[in-house]
Design a protein around this ligand. Structure first.
Ligand SMILES: [Zn+2]
Length: 374
């Protein structure tokens, strides 16, 4: 029997924000929400069993990396697959690996069957087909598994976009067949493509809706280098057609202002490496904007990252100490700032949800934006 996922979304009009709640066999999470990225099974520097203390409710990990290292045997040997292997007890979403294949592998070949690539670790050759990535994600024990899609870079070339769209549609059909044959597999999530052409996006959405899609549908192919106004226009065109009873997952978007724009249009869930990758570089997020703790002006600054923050890093450590650890390249600094950043993201989302519930979202959006930019 397939694991069950139930959800409630507050009714809302098209292009307005909404709140909701999703319950899975691994626990529940609120909407809108954000998934930190545990690339190789961990958000670098942090322990999964402590992540909930930051406010994290659902985690994302990368199929490409876990498949290559440690490989599937480690998950088959673990009683609860990823969950016991990696010490995470909440809902898990895994990507399909397609993005990493296209972005990381020097050698790759896209055929009608799937994607052939070489491992970044030892050069061994592998084939990801739509069926294979469903099997891999079932072995990982994912709660939500992404279909293999074809992701073109940002382009205005209609032929390229049409080709990628056709592959994504065909591969989703094949993924569904494979998914039906694995009784314990988590939910299969289709990915909407179509580049920055609203008519292709609509065409793809209409196609997906004909086949009773699952509760979550992902929006791919945005935040891939397109100008900001094109991002906004395309997203608005998609969300004005997006079914109100499905969860909208906008992939790879995590700039707070972009999240606010998207949530204002009805987007429900995001993932991004920003709070962790930038945290490791010394960039901290606060309600007043970003700060670079490598800056020499913090050398003797005794304040915490953010005096209003209640996270364990702000309760115990000064900017001066974190600035020092960054300068001497101690990894403790990256882990500490990542922790604070995740705490910031989940406080930010709490405030967003509260503002939606009290019909104050637009006011919150304007006030956040003005503090962030000043
Ligand atoms: Zn903090």
């Amino acid at each position: 029997m397939k694991p069950t996922v139930t959800w409630e979304l507050a009714p809302n009009k098209v292009l307005t924000p909404r709140v909701g709640n999703v319950t899975t066999q691994r626990g529940s999470f609120s909407l809108p929400n954000f998934m930190p990225v545990a690339t190789r099974g961990a958000v670098k520097g942090l322990f999964n069993h402590e992540l909930r203390e930051t406010g994290c409710e659902i985690l994302l990990s990368n199929t490409y990396h876990l498949f290559l290292r440690p490989g599937l045997d480690a998950f088959k040997a673990s009683s609860e697959k990823f969950h016991s292997f990696a010490g995470w007890d909440g809902p898990l979403l895994t990507d399909s690996g397609g993005y990493q294949v296209l972005s990381l592998s020097k050698y790759k070949k896209v055929t009608d069957d799937g994607v052939i690539f070489r491992s970044i670790y030892d050069g061994s050759e592998h084939l990801f087909t739509p069926e294979r990535v469903v099997e891999i994600q079932a072995t990982l024990g994912s709660t939500f598994m992404m279909q293999l899609d074809h992701l073109p870079p940002y382009t205005q070339d209609r032929n390229l976009i049409t080709e990628s769209l056709q592959k994504t549609v065909t591969w989703y059909k094949r993924s569904r067949v494979a998914h039906k044959n694995i009784p314990e597999a988590g939910m299969l999530v289709p990915i909407l493509q179509g580049g920055c052409f609203p008519e292709y996006r609509k065409q793809h959405l209409d196609l997906l809706m004909k086949h009773d899609p699952p509760i979550m549908m992902a929006i791919g192919g945005l935040a891939v280098g397109e100008p900001r106004d094109i991002f906004r226009e395309t997203l608005s065109a998609i969300m004005s057609e997006f079914p109100r009873d499905r969860i909208a997952y906008l992939m790879g978007v995590g700039e707070p202002l972009d999240m606010l724009t998207a949530i204002g249009m009805g987007v429900d869930i995001f993932d991004c490496v920003l709070p962790s990758r930038n945290g490791r570089k010394g960039q901290a997020f606060t309600f007043q904007g970003k700060m670079n703790l490598r800056n020499a002006k913090f050398k003797t600054d005794q304040d915490p990252i953010d005096s209003a923050c209640t996270c364990k890093i702000c309760r115990h450590y000064s900017r001066s100490y974190l600035c020092h650890l960054l300068k001497v390249k101690d990894h403790t600094a990256g882990a500490a700032i990542t922790w604070h950043n995740l705490h910031f993201y989940f406080q930010f989302l709490n405030q967003i949800r509260d503002s939606i519930k009290s019909n104050m979202f637009n006011k919150f959006h304007a006030s956040f934006k003005s503090n962030w930019e000043n």
